[in-house]
Design a protein around this ligand. Structure first.
Ligand code: FAD
Ligand code: NAP
Length: 262
């Protein structure tokens, strides 16, 4: 067996949830002492790696869905993954079962975190497609910090109803936030009761999104995080800019920021 790559540790799959065909979550146990403390900040991502048939390491970025969770001297990291049929890594991740080894990066990173949200924000909008919902679920687990917002809006856009994952967790979070958290599912390729139909940019522009969330959009108090499909990020940026919102920079506060998954 080849040496594991620098900056990685050996983890073990301890839980697997299959949500739909090709869409699953893995909880991986890693030695806590391989990580800084805290191991990561909610919203960040780490790396997963496996050897391919040519005995080469294939590594990719994956966001944590949970918050740093310790169990004795082990750290638990949960990932939501979609299998890309022609992909180099995900078909192998798709075969992993409880008890299997997986190699995990020990230096989580990323700036889509609560600390980066401008302090004037009252309403935090988290707009995601597909597995891009993961980091927002992690952020929402930080219930104490999130209580500082007036509203939290979790938007999850998927192709089909079956991909509306983590329903139970979202219901639990909604109870914990006592009305502060609004969840707006969007399904593009089916008509689903209780969900908007279409894509994020069009429902944003038409006012359907604000109406469904019962939260008004304002330049002073709204902040948007965008995560997932780069085409969604691109088109939503265009829409937000046309509506008068600006990209957030550390040197010049704006109203939106994003993370592209590919
Ligand atoms: C910061 C960051 C965080 C990420 N977090 C996650 C995560 O939590 N869960 C997750 O499933 N993926 C996540 N990704 C994507 C992940 O890193 C891989 O690119 C993806 O799993 C495909 O790997 P692969 O080797 O199987 O495919 P590759 O052989 O690398 O093929 C990549 C192609 O697959 C498509 N693709 C890649 N990722 C996705 C995706 N998530 N959804 C739909 N199509 C995709 C694109 O067309 C892309 O060109 C993240 C990427 C980044 C940059
Ligand atoms: N989802 C599946 O059933 C499925 C099954 C097997 C494998 N896969 C693999 O997984 C990959 C990703 O699937 P996915 O369903 O997570 O991702 P996706 O293609 O990113 O779709 C997720 C959501 O984003 C929307 N979207 C796409 N482009 C957009 C844009 N420019 N602006 C706004 N919204 C946009 C889609 O709407 P539209 O529907 O209108 O495009 C859909 O509602 C696929 O490429 C495929 O390789 C998917």
């Amino acid at each position: 067996m080849k040496d594991i790559p620098l900056g990685f540790t050996t983890g073990r799959v301890i839980q697997r949830t299959d949500w739909a065909e090709h869409l699953f979550s893995l909880t991986v146990q890693v030695p806590a002492n391989a990580y800084p403390s805290p191991a990561f900040i909610a919203g960040q991502f780490s790396k997963l790696a496996l050897l391919n048939q040519q005995d080469e390491w294939v590594r990719r970025a994956y966001s944590m869905v949970n918050k740093p969770t310790l169990q004795d001297d082990q750290l638990l990291l949960e990932f939501l993954i979609i299998e890309i049929p022609q992909g180099q890594l995900t078909p192998h991740l798709g075969h992993l079962q409880i008890g299997d080894d997986i190699y995990v990066g020990t230096q989580p990173s990323g700036f889509m975190t609560l600390e980066e949200v401008p302090t004037n924000t009252k309403d935090l909008w988290m707009l995601s497609t597909g597995t891009g919902i993961g980091p927002f679920l992690s952020i929402l687990e930080e219930t104490k910090s999130c209580q500082n917002f007036e509203h939290l809006v979790l938007v999850h856009a998927v192709r089909t109803q079956a991909e509306l994952v983590y329903k139970e967790k979202i219901i639990e979070l909604m109870k914990a936030y006592q009305g502060k958290l609004r969840y707006v599912p969007i399904v593009s390729r089916e008509t689903v009761k209780g969900a908007l139909q279409g894509r994020i940019p069009s429902v944003l522009e038409s006012g359907q999104l604000a109406a469904a969330a019962h939260v008004p959009l304002t330049k002073e108090h709204s902040f948007f995080y965008l995560c997932g499909n780069p085409n969604m990020v691109h088109d939503t940026r265009d829409t937000l800019e046309a509506m008068g919102y600006k990209k957030h920079l550390r040197r010049e506060a704006g109203q939106f920021s994003f993370e592209n998954y590919w």
